[in-house]
Design a binder for this molecule. Structure first.
Ligand code: URA
Length: 429
Protein backbone atom coordinates (compact mmCIF):
# COMPACT_ATOMS: atom_id res chain seq x y z
CA UNK A 1 0.00 0.00 0.00
CA UNK A 2 1.25 3.54 -0.74
CA UNK A 3 0.24 6.77 0.98
CA UNK A 4 0.35 8.52 -2.41
CA UNK A 5 -2.48 6.29 -3.70
CA UNK A 6 -4.56 6.85 -0.56
CA UNK A 7 -4.26 10.65 -0.89
CA UNK A 8 -5.13 10.46 -4.60
CA UNK A 9 -8.15 8.22 -3.94
CA UNK A 10 -9.52 10.66 -1.35
CA UNK A 11 -8.66 13.66 -3.52
CA UNK A 12 -10.77 12.15 -6.31
CA UNK A 13 -13.71 11.68 -3.97
CA UNK A 14 -13.63 7.92 -3.38
CA UNK A 15 -14.19 6.19 -0.04
CA UNK A 16 -11.23 4.66 1.76
CA UNK A 17 -11.23 1.16 3.18
CA UNK A 18 -10.56 0.36 6.84
CA UNK A 19 -7.16 -1.08 5.80
CA UNK A 20 -6.20 2.15 4.03
CA UNK A 21 -7.21 4.31 7.02
CA UNK A 22 -5.37 1.99 9.45
CA UNK A 23 -2.29 2.16 7.19
CA UNK A 24 -2.34 5.98 7.27
CA UNK A 25 -2.78 6.28 11.05
CA UNK A 26 -0.19 3.61 11.86
CA UNK A 27 2.31 5.10 9.44
CA UNK A 28 1.76 8.65 10.63
CA UNK A 29 2.26 7.71 14.28
CA UNK A 30 5.40 5.61 13.64
CA UNK A 31 6.88 8.35 11.44
CA UNK A 32 6.99 6.42 8.18
CA UNK A 33 4.38 8.80 6.70
CA UNK A 34 5.69 12.39 6.75
CA UNK A 35 3.79 15.54 7.73
CA UNK A 36 3.49 16.71 4.12
CA UNK A 37 1.57 13.62 3.08
CA UNK A 38 -0.61 13.76 6.21
CA UNK A 39 -1.33 17.45 5.42
CA UNK A 40 -2.38 16.56 1.88
CA UNK A 41 -4.59 13.79 3.29
CA UNK A 42 -6.30 16.21 5.72
CA UNK A 43 -6.87 18.76 2.95
CA UNK A 44 -8.38 16.07 0.71
CA UNK A 45 -10.72 15.08 3.56
CA UNK A 46 -11.53 18.75 4.14
CA UNK A 47 -12.74 19.10 0.54
CA UNK A 48 -14.17 15.65 -0.16
CA UNK A 49 -15.49 14.66 3.29
CA UNK A 50 -15.84 11.12 4.56
CA UNK A 51 -18.68 8.62 4.77
CA UNK A 52 -19.99 7.60 8.19
CA UNK A 53 -18.11 4.33 7.86
CA UNK A 54 -14.82 6.04 7.01
CA UNK A 55 -15.24 8.46 9.93
CA UNK A 56 -15.94 5.58 12.31
CA UNK A 57 -12.88 3.70 11.01
CA UNK A 58 -10.70 6.79 11.40
CA UNK A 59 -12.02 7.25 14.96
CA UNK A 60 -11.21 3.67 15.94
CA UNK A 61 -7.77 3.77 14.34
CA UNK A 62 -6.95 6.92 16.33
CA UNK A 63 -8.51 5.60 19.57
CA UNK A 64 -6.35 2.48 19.28
CA UNK A 65 -3.16 4.36 18.33
CA UNK A 66 -1.97 4.53 21.95
CA UNK A 67 -2.99 3.61 25.49
CA UNK A 68 -6.64 3.26 26.41
CA UNK A 69 -8.15 3.64 29.88
CA UNK A 70 -10.15 0.72 31.22
CA UNK A 71 -12.76 2.09 33.64
CA UNK A 72 -14.73 -1.17 33.80
CA UNK A 73 -13.79 -1.67 37.49
CA UNK A 74 -16.24 1.15 38.22
CA UNK A 75 -19.12 -0.65 36.51
CA UNK A 76 -21.53 1.02 34.10
CA UNK A 77 -21.97 4.38 35.86
CA UNK A 78 -18.83 5.99 34.39
CA UNK A 79 -19.67 9.19 32.55
CA UNK A 80 -17.84 11.81 30.53
CA UNK A 81 -18.77 15.16 29.07
CA UNK A 82 -17.00 16.85 26.21
CA UNK A 83 -17.40 20.34 24.86
CA UNK A 84 -16.39 21.12 21.30
CA UNK A 85 -14.86 24.35 22.62
CA UNK A 86 -16.18 27.76 23.50
CA UNK A 87 -15.62 31.05 25.28
CA UNK A 88 -16.48 31.29 28.98
CA UNK A 89 -17.22 27.56 28.97
CA UNK A 90 -16.65 26.47 32.57
CA UNK A 91 -19.38 23.81 32.50
CA UNK A 92 -17.15 20.88 33.53
CA UNK A 93 -16.42 22.59 36.87
CA UNK A 94 -20.16 22.58 37.59
CA UNK A 95 -21.53 19.57 35.72
CA UNK A 96 -18.94 17.07 37.01
CA UNK A 97 -19.66 17.67 40.72
CA UNK A 98 -23.45 17.75 40.13
CA UNK A 99 -23.29 14.34 38.43
CA UNK A 100 -20.77 12.88 40.89
CA UNK A 101 -22.99 13.96 43.81
CA UNK A 102 -25.74 11.84 42.20
CA UNK A 103 -23.63 8.70 41.91
CA UNK A 104 -22.24 9.05 38.38
CA UNK A 105 -18.54 8.19 38.21
CA UNK A 106 -16.79 11.20 36.68
CA UNK A 107 -13.30 9.92 35.81
CA UNK A 108 -12.32 12.51 33.28
CA UNK A 109 -9.49 13.75 31.15
CA UNK A 110 -9.60 17.33 29.94
CA UNK A 111 -7.59 19.61 27.70
CA UNK A 112 -5.90 23.00 27.79
CA UNK A 113 -7.02 26.16 26.03
CA UNK A 114 -6.73 26.27 22.27
CA UNK A 115 -6.75 29.55 20.32
CA UNK A 116 -9.60 31.70 21.54
CA UNK A 117 -11.24 28.86 23.48
CA UNK A 118 -10.39 28.08 27.10
CA UNK A 119 -9.53 24.67 28.55
CA UNK A 120 -10.62 22.99 31.78
CA UNK A 121 -7.09 22.02 32.83
CA UNK A 122 -5.90 25.65 32.70
CA UNK A 123 -8.92 26.71 34.74
CA UNK A 124 -8.31 24.02 37.37
CA UNK A 125 -4.64 25.00 37.59
CA UNK A 126 -5.70 28.53 38.58
CA UNK A 127 -6.74 26.93 41.90
CA UNK A 128 -3.67 27.06 44.11
CA UNK A 129 -2.39 23.53 44.84
CA UNK A 130 -4.73 21.71 42.42
CA UNK A 131 -2.81 18.82 40.85
CA UNK A 132 -3.92 17.96 37.30
CA UNK A 133 -1.16 15.39 36.79
CA UNK A 134 -2.20 12.44 38.97
CA UNK A 135 -0.50 9.10 38.33
CA UNK A 136 -2.85 6.38 37.03
CA UNK A 137 -2.82 4.81 40.53
CA UNK A 138 -3.72 8.13 42.18
CA UNK A 139 -6.41 8.78 39.56
CA UNK A 140 -8.08 5.40 40.13
CA UNK A 141 -7.81 5.65 43.94
CA UNK A 142 -9.40 9.12 43.93
CA UNK A 143 -12.26 8.03 41.66
CA UNK A 144 -12.87 5.01 43.91
CA UNK A 145 -12.98 7.24 47.00
CA UNK A 146 -14.81 10.36 45.75
CA UNK A 147 -16.42 9.43 42.43
CA UNK A 148 -14.70 12.33 40.67
CA UNK A 149 -11.26 13.16 39.23
CA UNK A 150 -10.21 15.37 36.34
CA UNK A 151 -6.69 15.19 34.95
CA UNK A 152 -4.78 16.38 31.88
CA UNK A 153 -4.46 14.01 28.97
CA UNK A 154 -1.67 11.55 29.57
CA UNK A 155 1.36 11.16 27.32
CA UNK A 156 0.30 8.25 25.22
CA UNK A 157 -3.47 8.56 24.89
CA UNK A 158 -4.46 8.90 21.21
CA UNK A 159 -1.00 9.95 19.93
CA UNK A 160 -2.45 9.96 16.40
CA UNK A 161 -4.89 12.71 17.37
CA UNK A 162 -2.20 14.69 19.17
CA UNK A 163 0.00 14.68 16.06
CA UNK A 164 -2.81 15.24 13.59
CA UNK A 165 -4.43 18.00 15.63
CA UNK A 166 -1.19 19.97 15.77
CA UNK A 167 -0.81 19.50 12.02
CA UNK A 168 -4.41 20.54 11.29
CA UNK A 169 -3.94 23.61 13.46
CA UNK A 170 -1.26 24.93 11.08
CA UNK A 171 -2.68 23.66 7.77
CA UNK A 172 -6.17 25.24 7.95
CA UNK A 173 -7.84 21.83 8.28
CA UNK A 174 -9.28 22.03 11.80
CA UNK A 175 -12.86 22.82 10.82
CA UNK A 176 -13.65 19.67 8.87
CA UNK A 177 -16.61 17.69 10.18
CA UNK A 178 -15.15 14.14 9.90
CA UNK A 179 -11.79 15.32 11.28
CA UNK A 180 -13.41 17.04 14.28
CA UNK A 181 -15.79 14.13 14.93
CA UNK A 182 -13.02 11.51 14.80
CA UNK A 183 -10.65 13.68 16.87
CA UNK A 184 -13.15 14.17 19.68
CA UNK A 185 -14.62 10.69 19.68
CA UNK A 186 -11.24 8.93 19.53
CA UNK A 187 -10.26 10.68 22.78
CA UNK A 188 -13.59 9.94 24.44
CA UNK A 189 -13.47 6.28 23.46
CA UNK A 190 -9.85 5.90 24.60
CA UNK A 191 -10.72 7.62 27.92
CA UNK A 192 -13.04 4.72 28.74
CA UNK A 193 -16.36 6.09 30.05
CA UNK A 194 -19.47 4.05 29.28
CA UNK A 195 -21.70 7.14 29.01
CA UNK A 196 -20.75 10.17 26.94
CA UNK A 197 -22.54 13.51 26.60
CA UNK A 198 -21.23 15.94 24.00
CA UNK A 199 -21.80 19.66 24.31
CA UNK A 200 -21.71 20.73 20.68
CA UNK A 201 -21.26 24.49 20.60
CA UNK A 202 -22.84 26.47 17.79
CA UNK A 203 -22.21 30.08 16.87
CA UNK A 204 -19.59 32.78 16.41
CA UNK A 205 -17.27 31.39 19.11
CA UNK A 206 -17.52 27.76 17.95
CA UNK A 207 -16.11 25.63 15.13
CA UNK A 208 -19.68 25.07 13.94
CA UNK A 209 -21.20 28.43 13.10
CA UNK A 210 -24.76 27.39 12.14
CA UNK A 211 -27.23 24.96 13.78
CA UNK A 212 -27.38 22.68 10.69
CA UNK A 213 -23.60 22.03 10.82
CA UNK A 214 -23.64 21.59 14.59
CA UNK A 215 -26.48 19.10 14.25
CA UNK A 216 -24.67 17.13 11.57
CA UNK A 217 -21.50 16.99 13.72
CA UNK A 218 -23.52 15.99 16.80
CA UNK A 219 -25.38 13.26 14.90
CA UNK A 220 -22.12 11.91 13.50
CA UNK A 221 -20.46 11.75 16.93
CA UNK A 222 -23.50 10.16 18.58
CA UNK A 223 -23.53 7.50 15.86
CA UNK A 224 -19.81 6.78 16.36
CA UNK A 225 -20.28 6.53 20.14
CA UNK A 226 -23.11 4.06 19.74
CA UNK A 227 -21.14 1.97 17.24
CA UNK A 228 -18.47 1.72 19.95
CA UNK A 229 -21.09 0.56 22.48
CA UNK A 230 -21.09 3.77 24.50
CA UNK A 231 -24.37 5.41 25.53
CA UNK A 232 -23.94 8.70 23.75
CA UNK A 233 -26.02 11.87 23.48
CA UNK A 234 -25.33 15.41 22.35
CA UNK A 235 -26.71 18.75 23.45
CA UNK A 236 -26.34 21.55 20.89
CA UNK A 237 -25.82 24.81 22.77
CA UNK A 238 -25.53 28.45 21.80
CA UNK A 239 -22.03 29.93 21.46
CA UNK A 240 -23.03 33.11 19.64
CA UNK A 241 -21.94 34.89 22.80
CA UNK A 242 -19.77 33.85 25.74
CA UNK A 243 -21.35 31.52 28.30
CA UNK A 244 -21.86 33.26 31.64
CA UNK A 245 -20.28 36.62 32.40
CA UNK A 246 -16.69 35.73 33.28
CA UNK A 247 -13.94 34.83 30.80
CA UNK A 248 -10.45 33.90 31.98
CA UNK A 249 -9.22 31.11 34.19
CA UNK A 250 -9.58 32.21 37.84
CA UNK A 251 -12.55 34.44 36.93
CA UNK A 252 -14.30 31.39 35.45
CA UNK A 253 -13.66 29.28 38.54
CA UNK A 254 -15.16 32.06 40.67
CA UNK A 255 -18.25 32.09 38.46
CA UNK A 256 -18.54 28.29 38.55
CA UNK A 257 -18.50 28.44 42.37
CA UNK A 258 -21.26 31.06 42.24
CA UNK A 259 -23.39 28.65 40.20
CA UNK A 260 -22.66 25.84 42.67
CA UNK A 261 -23.78 28.22 45.43
CA UNK A 262 -27.00 29.00 43.50
CA UNK A 263 -25.86 32.48 42.73
CA UNK A 264 -24.66 32.18 39.14
CA UNK A 265 -25.89 33.67 35.87
CA UNK A 266 -29.00 32.16 34.36
CA UNK A 267 -27.55 31.13 30.99
CA UNK A 268 -24.63 29.23 32.51
CA UNK A 269 -26.83 27.58 35.14
CA UNK A 270 -29.37 26.47 32.50
CA UNK A 271 -26.75 24.98 30.16
CA UNK A 272 -25.08 23.14 33.06
CA UNK A 273 -28.39 21.73 34.25
CA UNK A 274 -29.24 20.59 30.71
CA UNK A 275 -25.88 18.81 30.35
CA UNK A 276 -25.99 17.28 33.83
CA UNK A 277 -29.58 16.14 33.29
CA UNK A 278 -28.60 14.42 30.04
CA UNK A 279 -25.63 12.69 31.72
CA UNK A 280 -27.70 11.48 34.69
CA UNK A 281 -30.50 10.35 32.38
CA UNK A 282 -28.34 8.14 30.15
CA UNK A 283 -26.03 6.96 32.94
CA UNK A 284 -28.77 5.90 35.34
CA UNK A 285 -31.17 4.98 32.54
CA UNK A 286 -33.95 7.22 33.86
CA UNK A 287 -36.18 9.73 32.07
CA UNK A 288 -34.97 13.27 31.45
CA UNK A 289 -37.76 14.58 33.68
CA UNK A 290 -36.68 12.41 36.61
CA UNK A 291 -33.03 13.28 35.99
CA UNK A 292 -33.86 16.98 35.95
CA UNK A 293 -35.49 16.77 39.38
CA UNK A 294 -32.30 15.15 40.72
CA UNK A 295 -29.85 17.63 39.14
CA UNK A 296 -31.82 20.69 40.27
CA UNK A 297 -31.96 19.28 43.78
CA UNK A 298 -28.22 18.54 43.79
CA UNK A 299 -27.55 22.16 42.96
CA UNK A 300 -30.15 23.75 45.22
CA UNK A 301 -29.39 21.57 48.26
CA UNK A 302 -25.66 22.34 48.17
CA UNK A 303 -24.82 18.65 47.52
CA UNK A 304 -23.00 19.59 44.30
CA UNK A 305 -20.98 22.34 46.02
CA UNK A 306 -19.96 19.90 48.79
CA UNK A 307 -18.82 17.44 46.10
CA UNK A 308 -16.83 20.21 44.39
CA UNK A 309 -14.97 20.91 47.66
CA UNK A 310 -14.37 17.18 48.23
CA UNK A 311 -13.00 16.98 44.66
CA UNK A 312 -10.57 19.89 44.91
CA UNK A 313 -9.42 18.68 48.35
CA UNK A 314 -8.68 15.27 46.88
CA UNK A 315 -6.56 16.88 44.16
CA UNK A 316 -4.50 18.99 46.57
CA UNK A 317 -6.38 22.28 46.94
CA UNK A 318 -8.35 23.64 49.90
CA UNK A 319 -11.28 26.02 50.31
CA UNK A 320 -8.64 28.70 51.06
CA UNK A 321 -7.25 28.16 47.55
CA UNK A 322 -10.48 29.73 46.30
CA UNK A 323 -9.37 33.17 47.52
CA UNK A 324 -7.91 34.04 44.14
CA UNK A 325 -5.24 36.65 43.61
CA UNK A 326 -6.76 39.63 41.80
CA UNK A 327 -5.17 40.93 38.61
CA UNK A 328 -2.80 43.86 39.18
CA UNK A 329 -4.80 46.14 36.88
CA UNK A 330 -8.37 46.54 35.68
CA UNK A 331 -9.85 48.67 32.92
CA UNK A 332 -13.53 49.50 32.30
CA UNK A 333 -14.99 49.39 28.80
CA UNK A 334 -17.48 52.23 28.55
CA UNK A 335 -20.47 52.41 26.17
CA UNK A 336 -20.01 55.17 23.63
CA UNK A 337 -23.63 55.19 22.43
CA UNK A 338 -27.13 54.32 23.62
CA UNK A 339 -28.81 51.20 22.23
CA UNK A 340 -29.20 47.46 22.47
CA UNK A 341 -26.32 45.03 22.08
CA UNK A 342 -27.57 42.93 19.18
CA UNK A 343 -24.57 40.65 18.86
CA UNK A 344 -21.34 39.92 20.69
CA UNK A 345 -18.92 37.82 18.65
CA UNK A 346 -17.67 35.20 21.09
CA UNK A 347 -14.51 34.46 19.11
CA UNK A 348 -13.42 38.11 19.18
CA UNK A 349 -14.17 38.33 22.90
CA UNK A 350 -12.13 35.15 23.41
CA UNK A 351 -9.24 36.70 21.48
CA UNK A 352 -9.52 39.85 23.61
CA UNK A 353 -9.12 37.66 26.73
CA UNK A 354 -6.07 35.97 25.15
CA UNK A 355 -4.53 39.42 24.53
CA UNK A 356 -5.02 40.19 28.24
CA UNK A 357 -3.00 37.05 29.05
CA UNK A 358 -5.81 34.56 29.76
CA UNK A 359 -4.75 32.22 26.92
CA UNK A 360 -1.73 31.31 24.85
CA UNK A 361 -0.77 32.94 21.58
CA UNK A 362 2.09 30.47 21.20
CA UNK A 363 2.20 26.92 22.50
CA UNK A 364 4.72 27.63 25.28
CA UNK A 365 3.29 30.96 26.51
CA UNK A 366 2.51 31.13 30.22
CA UNK A 367 -0.99 32.11 31.23
CA UNK A 368 -1.87 34.99 33.56
CA UNK A 369 -4.46 33.12 35.67
CA UNK A 370 -5.98 36.38 36.94
CA UNK A 371 -6.46 37.86 33.46
CA UNK A 372 -9.79 38.05 31.67
CA UNK A 373 -13.05 39.86 31.23
CA UNK A 374 -16.19 40.31 33.32
CA UNK A 375 -19.19 41.21 31.17
CA UNK A 376 -21.78 43.55 32.68
CA UNK A 377 -23.88 43.68 29.53
CA UNK A 378 -24.56 40.94 27.00
CA UNK A 379 -26.49 40.44 23.80
CA UNK A 380 -30.06 41.69 24.24
CA UNK A 381 -29.18 44.16 27.02
CA UNK A 382 -29.93 47.87 26.69
CA UNK A 383 -26.99 50.16 27.32
CA UNK A 384 -26.82 53.87 27.92
CA UNK A 385 -23.84 55.96 26.88
CA UNK A 386 -21.39 55.92 29.80
CA UNK A 387 -22.40 52.47 31.13
CA UNK A 388 -19.60 50.04 31.98
CA UNK A 389 -20.17 47.24 29.45
CA UNK A 390 -17.34 45.10 30.77
CA UNK A 391 -14.19 45.21 32.89
CA UNK A 392 -10.87 43.92 31.59
CA UNK A 393 -8.33 42.38 34.00
CA UNK A 394 -4.62 41.79 33.45
CA UNK A 395 -1.21 41.96 35.09
CA UNK A 396 0.03 43.53 31.85
CA UNK A 397 -1.26 47.10 31.67
CA UNK A 398 -0.03 47.58 28.11
CA UNK A 399 -2.43 44.89 26.83
CA UNK A 400 -5.56 46.96 27.61
CA UNK A 401 -5.61 49.13 24.50
CA UNK A 402 -5.47 46.29 22.01
CA UNK A 403 -7.76 44.03 24.10
CA UNK A 404 -10.33 46.82 24.38
CA UNK A 405 -10.31 47.43 20.63
CA UNK A 406 -10.80 43.73 19.94
CA UNK A 407 -13.58 43.60 22.53
CA UNK A 408 -15.42 46.60 21.08
CA UNK A 409 -15.02 45.17 17.60
CA UNK A 410 -16.98 42.13 18.84
CA UNK A 411 -20.07 44.15 19.71
CA UNK A 412 -22.84 45.34 17.45
CA UNK A 413 -25.42 47.90 18.60
CA UNK A 414 -28.88 48.83 17.33
CA UNK A 415 -31.83 50.90 18.46
CA UNK A 416 -34.05 47.83 17.99
CA UNK A 417 -34.24 45.15 20.66
CA UNK A 418 -33.03 41.85 19.14
CA UNK A 419 -35.09 38.67 19.29
CA UNK A 420 -33.87 36.23 21.89
CA UNK A 421 -31.92 33.22 20.59
CA UNK A 422 -32.37 29.80 22.16
CA UNK A 423 -29.68 28.67 24.61
CA UNK A 424 -30.18 25.03 23.72
CA UNK A 425 -30.92 24.22 20.10
CA UNK A 426 -31.44 20.49 20.22
CA UNK A 427 -30.71 17.25 22.05
CA UNK A 428 -29.64 14.30 19.91
CA UNK A 429 -29.74 10.75 21.25
N1 URA B 1 -11.77 19.55 19.69
C1 URA B 1 -11.04 18.43 19.46
O1 URA B 1 -10.68 17.73 20.38
N2 URA B 1 -10.73 18.13 18.19
C2 URA B 1 -11.11 18.89 17.14
O2 URA B 1 -10.80 18.55 16.03
C3 URA B 1 -11.87 20.05 17.40
C4 URA B 1 -12.19 20.36 18.69
Amino acid sequence: MRMYDIIKKKRDGFSLTKEEIDFFIKGYVDGSIPDYQASAFCMAVFYKGMTEEETANLTMAMAESGDTVDLSVFGTLTADKHSTGGVGDKTTLIVAPICASLGCVMAKMSGRGLGHTGGTIDKLESIDGFNTALSPEEFFAQVEKTGIAVVGQTGNLTPADKKLYALRDVTATVDSMPLIASSIMSKKIAAGAKNIVLDVKCGSGAFMKIPEDAEALAAEMVKIGKMCRRNTAAVITNMNRPLGNNIGNALEVIEAINVLKNNGPEDLTSVCLALATQIVSITKNISRDDAEILTKDALQSGKAYDKFIEWINAQGATENSLNFKKADYSHPVIAETDGYIISSDAEKIGISAVILGAGREKKDDTIDMSAGIILNKKTGDKVTKGDVIATLYSCNKSSFESAKNKFLDALEFSQEEPTKEPLIYKIIK
